[in-house]
Design a protein around this ligand. Sequence first.
Ligand SMILES: NC(=O)C1=CN([C@@H]2O[C@H](COP(=O)(O)OP(=O)(O)OC[C@H]3O[C@@H](n4cnc5c(N)ncnc54)[C@H](OP(=O)(O)O)[C@@H]3O)[C@@H](O)[C@H]2O)C=CC1
Ligand SMILES: O=CCCC(=O)O
Length: 291
Amino acid sequence: MEVGLLGLGIMGKAISMNLLRNGFKVVVWNRTLSKCDELVAHGATVGKSPAEVVKKCKITFGMLADPPAALSVVFDKGGVLEQICPGKGYIDMSTVDPETSAKISEGVTSKGGVFLEAPVSGSKQPAETGQLIILTAGEKALYDEATPALNVIGKKSFFLGQVGNGAKMKLVVNMIMGCVMNSFSEGLVLAEKSGLNPHTLLDVLDLGAVSSPLIRGKGPAMLQSNYSPAFPLKHQQKDIRLALGLGDENAISMPIAAAANETFKKARSLGLGDLDFSAVFEAVKDLQRLS
Ligand SMILES: NC(=O)C1=CN([C@@H]2O[C@H](COP(=O)(O)OP(=O)(O)OC[C@H]3O[C@@H](n4cnc5c(N)ncnc54)[C@H](OP(=O)(O)O)[C@@H]3O)[C@@H](O)[C@H]2O)C=CC1
Ligand SMILES: O=CCCC(=O)O
């Protein structure tokens, strides 16, 4: 099966490598074209534009940074819409808001193509090993057709109905994750400042109800100030911001998410946006110094 992949950031690169390893032919494109070289060395071919990738492939995936990027590769010159047509499908895995996803869906279907949104839960390592959780919504026929690829990309795919439901589910999940990371960071600072050993806190947490892959996976690195990016902090802040927008539309009061958003914004202002989202710990430490 041949598939296209637009966007070779942390996730797009890992997903492409995994597809290649599992026998898929992959045609890649990235805004910074040089990032395609490593994939070519592993057997991928390159499209010079998103349109060229869509022209070559029946199904093309997008994995872009944010709503402006996701819209740009579809609607701008050389974009997906120039080649999408009946018989072709576009699957957007970027984390975006439901409105962005609806715009992309309308654009694709207006040209006779089919659309599926498919944001993913899970980070760099699950992407490398095909262990993502895929939150799809949109055209069920495209979901069925793409299942062989989805089964390689993820350990479980959900089909959630109409376009927007995948985006909403993803934003709810990441809003919770951002709040947990923020609260965990505050706990680490509180432990240390009140005279406890934060490593012992990790051991205690790991044995109790709060134990989680997130805390187990990130905690030790955070205590060494190691924030090598798996999930960039700027994207986590984007996701909480978009989740707050969803809350706004639905008149849902989310004071904890709003406070977490402020801390992630503070982290961005400290220049931590390209580091892992666990670097919010540094912003929490910085806030203690100021108070
Ligand atoms: N990292 C993670 O753990 C996870 C991330 N996500 C989501 O997946 C998406 C991608 O994440 P990730 O791979 O980490 O992000 P990266 O920041 O590593 O990569 C972003 C990608 O978007 C491209 N891009 C940015 N702006 C534009 C633009 N205006 N036009 C075209 N392309 C653009 C970049 O191209 P270039 O190389 O040229 O800059 C790059 O390919 C995001 O929506 C993120 O929220 C979802 C689950 C987990
Ligand atoms: O959007 C990013 C999610 C990262 C994760 O689920 O670990």
